[in-house]
Ligand binder design. Structure first.
Ligand SMILES: NCc1[nH]cc(CCC(=O)O)c1CC(=O)O
Length: 323
């Protein structure tokens, strides 16, 4: 195996072609180059842009399009066909189940998982006037905003983050809601007017994290990605994704979850615990159910929080939406 790693190899990295996708893929490649150098691997990297169904229908509300994995399917096919060797995804775009033969090879360290407001005038949520027009295409975000502020007029806004920020100006929104993570990665954090704390907006499953998908049988890539994995992020994301799986959800339904790790006594994941917050609601914000539980087994914890929400009617809400 070690001898294998000395061979020159050009690793083809698949990604969507949005500005954010290309930026984060570039950042991943920079890290992988650094790790390769450190370990004496002779790897070169090449980016392959792939258009997904989600990219082709940027003007349609995603919940109307339906289906899971809108932003990953074509990229996964390229992995299976051997056209690319790894794929960089936003974790929140990854469906719960991966195709046979593929795996999540690394979950790098998560950046800020919070949602945030970008406001025309600056300020915070409390400064938005009665009836203010807020842009988001996420049912999860509209559910939580409307629950707190039923007066807000939440309208669907689609497109990549650059075009959504532009629409703030051109389409008369008072604010748009975006993930802080995307803005951070683009270096646009100075556009953030206010962060939405978790008691206002529980983020999407995996928000702020990336997933690097590879073929299960590609030992070289797996070895490299192992060195890039962040154990703490991976541990938290496992709980969030177990919750997602138990509710059979994609990112197009009002589901949110965030797990926080409390490390063990020796500062490692030995004896660590997770606190998982999960929400399910209706898009109009009239129903918003939340459960918070603590445990050490991420899969069990995700299922437990989901079961507690189902016991309170979450499955009925999701069935109505067609999730
Ligand atoms: N659904 C689009 C999407 N997918 C990933 C991010 C960036 C945040 C992240 O990486 O979690 C965004 C933009 C957004 O939600 O504002």
């Amino acid at each position: 195996m070690a001898a294998n790693n000395k061979e020159k190899r050009t690793i083809i990295v698949g990604t969507r072609q949005s500005a954010l996708a290309l930026t984060q893929t570039g950042q991943v490649i920079d890290e992988l180059k650094r790790i390769s150098e450190q370990h004496g691997f002779d790897y070169a990297f090449e980016i392959r842009k792939i258009v997904t169904k989600g990219d082709q229908i940027l003007d349609v509300t995603l919940s109307k399009v339906g289906g899971k994995g809108l932003f990953v399917k074509e990229i996964e096919q390229a992995l299976l066909d051997g056209e690319i060797d790894m794929a960089v995804h936003s974790m929140k775009d990854m469906p719960y189940e991966l195709p046979e033969g593929l795996m999540n090879g690394a979950v790098p360290k998560r950046v800020d998982p919070r949602d945030c407001l970008i406001m025309k005038q600056g300020g915070s949520l409390a400064d938005l006037p009665h009836g203010a027009k807020v842009g988001t295409s996420s049912l999860r975000r509209s559910c939580q905003l409307k629950n707190l502020r039923p007066d807000l007029v939440v309208e669907s806004i689609r497109g990549n983050i650059d075009s959504r920020i532009r629409k703030l100006e051109t389409e008369g929104y008072d604010a748009v809601v975006l993930a802080a993570a995307g803005l951070n990665r683009m270096g646009w954090e100075n556009r953030i007017s206010a962060f939405l704390p978790e008691d206002v907006s529980v983020p999407a499953v995996g928000q702020g994290a990336l997933g690097i998908e590879c073929r299960e049988n590609d030992e070289q890539i797996r070895g490299l990605l192992d060195l890039f994995n962040d154990g703490e992020t991976a541990y938290a994301v496992r709980a969030e994704r177990s919750f997602l799986g138990a509710l059979n959800g994609g990112c197009q339904i009002p589901i949110g979850a965030h797990a926080v790790v409390r490390k063990g006594a020796d500062g490692t994941l030995e004896g660590a615990e997770l606190t998982l917050t999960g929400i399910v609601g209706s898009a109009d914000g009239e129903v918003l159910l939340k459960e918070i539980k603590t445990g050490s087994d991420p899969e069990a914890l995700g299922k437990e929080v989901a079961a507690a929400l189902i016991a309170r009617g979450a499955d009925r809400i999701l069935a109505e939406i067609g999730g």
